[in-house]
Design a protein. Sequence first.
Length: 645
Amino acid sequence: HEGPGSRPSSEQQKGIKLKKGWNHISVWMWRPISCNGFTIALMNAKGKVLPLRFSAAQNQREWNTWSHKNKTLTTDNDQRPLLEPAHLADWQAHSLLNKPRSAQALLNGKSFTLKPNHAIDFDFGDNVSGYLEIDVKGDNGAALDICVGEAKTNLPDGALRVCYNGMWQADRLFCNGKTFRFFSAQRKAGRYIKFIARNTNKAITISRLRFHAWSYPVKQQGSFTSNDPLLNWMWRAGANTVNASTFDVGEDCPTREQGQWTGDMYLRMHQIAWLWGDLRLAAKALRETANDQPKNDWARPICPSGYGDKLVDYCPLLPVMLLEHYAYTADKQLLKDCYTGVKNLFTHAESLRDRYGMIQPGDHQRDLLYIDYTMKPYPRCGDTTCHLQGLIYSAYRHAAAIADVIGKKADAQKWKERAQFTLKSIHKKLWNTKRGLFVDGIRNGKQGGTFSAATNYFALFSGICTTEQEHAIMHNLWLSPRKENMKYWERGESPFTKFFAARALLERGYWKQAFSMWRGYYKNMAKHPEAYSCIEWWQRDMSPNKAIAKSSLVHPFSMGSMADFAHIICGLQPAGPGFAHGLFWKPLIGDLRSFTARFPLAETEHWVDIQLQRKRLTLKKPKNLQLYEDLSAIPKDIKVSIKNR
C-alpha cells in the first residue's frame, strides 16, 4: 500500500488471496516517518469482512502485542508481532512532560521519578557520541524506553523523533523491582535523550544518568571568528560535526551509516588539518582505501561497497588525496604504501574506456555516481558523465607527481600521457562551444543535452578547462560577480558539491562568487533549529521552520568549505612538502572587515595566529619558521604586519 496508509495501490485493490491452511503474512514498514501502522481485514470469498480485525492500537497491559478488536477466532498460534522497541516507543501513546525542577536533579546526581506513560527529554546542548549509563528502579515488569537521537518532531519544542530516517533509536529496559544499572553495548549518538515509563501503575525511578562521550582523542586547536555571522556559523557547525563524527575512522555520520567513505574522508582530511593539525586518521584512511583497491575488479570507495559499482566517482580522489596529504606532511612512506592501490585503480579504470576514450561508470541502475545526488532526474545525468572524466584526468596528474616523488619515472611519464589523452577526449566529446559549458554527459554516443553548475564546477576543480573555457563557464554560471545564474542549479545542488565549487572559485581568485555562493546556499540552513551541526541534504529554498524529513543532521561533508577559511581566506599553505620547509602565506580576505583566527600547522607542534582589525592584517608565527609571502590580493588600504612568537 502506497503512501501513509490512506489508499491501496492499484495493483493491490483486490487484496491478497490466502490458500487453505495456515498462511504467513509479513508487513514491512519501509518508511516509519510516513507510515505509523496498519490494519488487516480478513474477508471470505464473497468479499464479506470476517469479524476478526487487527490494528496498531496497543493493549497497555501487554507490552508486545496488538489488541484484538473481536475475539471470534481462537487459535493456539501466538499472533503477537515482535516489534522493535523504537517502533513501540514511537507508536504507543504517552504524554511529554514540561521539564519539572526535579528533572534537573537527575543531572546533578540525584533521583528523578517518571510517572506511568509519561515522557521527558533532555537536551545535551550539542551532538554527543558515546555510551549511556543509567540506574533504574521500577516494579517487576515495568518498562523504560530510552531514546537517543538527533532530531525533533515539531520545531522548536517538539518531542525527540524515536523512529527517524530509517534508524531505530530506542532501547526498552524491563525492571525487576530492584535498582539495576544499564550500560549500552552500542555507541549512541545525538543531541537529545528521552525516557518513557511503560507497563506500570507506579512511577519509575532514575537515580543515575551518565553519558560517556567517545570520539577521536585530540585537542581542538583551530578557531575562526569574523564580522560575518554566517561564516562564523559555518566554522562552528563544521567543527561540531567533525568532532561528533570522528572516531577510529572518519565516519560519514555517527548515527545512520557510521561508515568511512573515501569521498567524505577527502574533505575530512582538510577539515582536520586546520581543526586539529593531526592527519594520522587521513593516512590510515588512505592506506585502507589503497589496500582495498583490487587490480581487476570494480573500484571500491570503502563504504558503501555493495552497490556493484564499476567506478564510483569517489575513487579517483585517491591519488589526489594522497598528494595533498604529502603536501601537508611530507610523508613519503605513505605514498609508497599506497602506490600499488593507485596503479590498480588505473588498471581497472583503463579497462572501462569506451571507443570515445571515456571511462564508463557502469550501466546498472544501482551503479551510483555520487554527483547524481545533485541531479534531477535521479539517478543518471548521462551514460558517461563529464565530471568522472575530469576526476580521472586529475587523478592521472596527481599520480604522475606521486610517481616522480618516489622515483617511478616510467609510471610518471605514462600517466602524464594518459592525462593528456583523457583531456583531449573530454574537450572533443564534452565541451559544447555553442553553450560555452561542459555537458553533463554522453547519451547513446552523443552529448546528452543537459548542462549543470555541478558538472562545470567539477570541470574547474579538475583543471580540464582552458582559459577561454573558464571565462565562458563563469559568464554562464554568474549573471554578475555576486549573483548566480540559478537555472544551472535546477538539476539540484548538494552540500557535498559546495566544497569543490567554492575551492575551484577561490583558487582562481573569484572570491566574490565563492562568498556569494556560501551566503546564498547556507543562509537558511544556518537559521534552522537543527543546524547546530551540518545537515546532509539541503536545498537553499528549504524552510528553516520545518523539521528535516530525513537525512543525517551530523554530516561533515556538508561543511568541507570550512577548510578554505584557513587554506585560502587566511592563505596558509605549506611552502614545500610539509611545513618543515616553511609557510607560504597568500591571504584572500574578500570583503571581510575583521576576523581572528588560530590554526595548527599539520603534524607539527606549531600554530599561527591571524587577525584583521581596523584595516591591519597581522600574522604571528613561530620564530624559526621560514615565511614566504604573496600579498598581491590584499587591498591597498590594508596594512600588513608579521610578528614572531
